[in-house]
Design a protein around this ligand. Structure first.
Ligand code: CTP
Ligand code: MG
Length: 409
């Protein structure tokens, strides 16, 4: 029986044609072993876990095209018709261009992903596709920069401290509307280190979505060792296991008084026409309670201790600033959230109409399911009298993966 021709809406170009000079292995980087399977094979796991069928294009070095075909064939199983292997070029940009040349006509959204980011989770792929779908412009994952960054001159003299609140460390997969990416590549007159830079060079606009610490790029031998450690600490997904004794829960509570002079930001959303909340930041009690639930689950300091109440950089800061940093601290402590739940307590705003939107926003920021509910207190207490909003959150977290010998083939 012959199947209908595939008409995928999404394509994922996995660039794997680099030599891996900095890794210093005899093989090209994508073919180097990572805990029993090649880096390329690992990088395909999330791709084949996507619910939406996609065209998969793997860009391989000419010396290893046959091996890439084997790896892709094994990873694809029954979905091998959705996959193409092409030979890359001398630069990453040339390799991406080789991938773009074989897009199916039906493809509308293109993701470009470094095979070297072998532990990037599936949620990151889903997040960038959702962002392109909702905004019709490029979307790339980025993480807040936690180190203090200095600008230096050629003599290594420090010139200035760069405002890190304006910086984002970007990752892949990067997603773009197909037409825009293809046009940018056609117009490219020099090399860029990522696709977003090329899009911007030709005047396009790109948004940052929450990145994931697991999407780090394997560049050096240390990175490879670290990736192996993360994998052998758990399943090949690189995610915490939904079993075992090490789950931890946390609880968080926050409250803010109404302030008519402020805009309302709650649950990561802007609520036009509603009285805002007093606070040094935007007063988003839902986001703050979530942070405290996650931090307490990991045994870390609470939100006041971590962010401070008078840091000028946090003036008016919205949910993503707090949640992305909390997630980073959690990962640094060896944990990842499995789910979180938060209840808003207050008379206003009327929450039900935007419940789904709030859940989607918070889920995207934390990379785990977040459920949000709302209640009133029968006219009792400060929430009942309409003086402010409270929020109560719980979170379940688990350690990042622990060793299981000989995972994968
Ligand atoms: N890449 C590619 N074609 C190239 C160069 C890079 O497909 N000519 C891919 C790599 O395989 C990798 C991704 O682009 O998945 C990011 O590049 P990088 O981490 O720099 O990998 P390499 O170029 O292989 O490593 P190095 O720079 O250390 O040589
Ligand atoms: Mg390189």
């Amino acid at each position: 029986m012959s199947l209908p021709a595939p008409t995928p809406r999404v394509a994922i170009i996995v660039v794997a044609a680099g030599s891996g000079t900095r890794l210093g292995e005899p093989l090209p980087k994508a073919f180097v072993d990572l805990d029993g399977r090649s880096i390329l094979s690992r990088s395909l796991d999330p791709v084949f876990g996507l619910s939406e069928p996609a065209q998969i294009i793997v860009v391989a070095p000419s010396t290893h095209a046959a091996e890439a075909r084997d790896i892709v064939g094994r990873a694809a199983g029954h979905a091998s018709d959705a996959c193409t292997v092409v030979v890359g070029g001398d630069s990453r940009q040339a390799s991406v261009a080789a991938g773009l040349a074989v897009l199916e006509p039906s493809v509308e959204v293109v993701l470009v992903h470094d095979a070297a980011r072998a532990l990037a989770p599936r949620s990151l792929f889903e997040r960038v596709v959702a962002a392109v779908d909702s905004s019709a412009r490029g979307a790339i994952p980025g993480l807040a920069v936690s180190d203090t960054i200095k600008r230096v001159d050629a003599t290594s003299t420090v010139l200035e401290t760069v405002d890190r609140s304006q910086l984002s460390a970007v990752q892949t997969p990067q997603a773009f509307p197909r037409a825009e990416l293809v046009a940018a590549y056609a117009a490219a007159d020099r090399e860029f280190t990522d696709d977003a830079a090329l899009i911007q060079h030709v005047g396009g606009s790109v948004a940052i979505v929450a990145g994931d610490p697991l999407a780090f790029k394997i560049t050096t031998p240390w990175d490879l060792r670290r990736a192996a450690q993360l994998l052998t600490e758990g399943s090949s997904s690189g995610r915490p296991q939904a079993s075992g004794p090490a789950f931890r829960t946390g609880v968080g509570v926050d409250a803010h008084a109404f302030d008519d002079g402020q805009p309302l930001w709650i649950a990561g959303l802007f609520w036009p026409g509603e009285a805002g909340l007093a606070g040094h930041s935007d007063g988003d009690a839902v986001a703050h309670a979530l942070c405290d639930a996650l931090l307490s689950a990991a045994g870390l300091a609470d939100i006041g201790g971590i962010f401070g109440v008078d840091d000028p950089r946090l003036e008016g800061a919205h949910a993503e600033v707090f949640l992305v940093e909390t997630l980073r601290l959690l990962h640094d402590s060896g944990f990842a959230p499995l789910n979180a739940s938060v209840q808003l307590v207050g008379n206003r705003p009327r929450f039900a109409p935007r419940k789904a939107e709030a859940q989607e926003r918070l889920t995207a920021l934390l990379g785990c399911p977040v459920s949000v509910s709302a209640t009133t207190t029968d006219s009792l207490g400060f929430t009942g009298r309409g003086e402010g909003i409270a929020a109560i959150a719980t979170a379940l977290i688990a350690p990042l993966p622990r060793p299981t010998a000989g995972a994968g083939a």
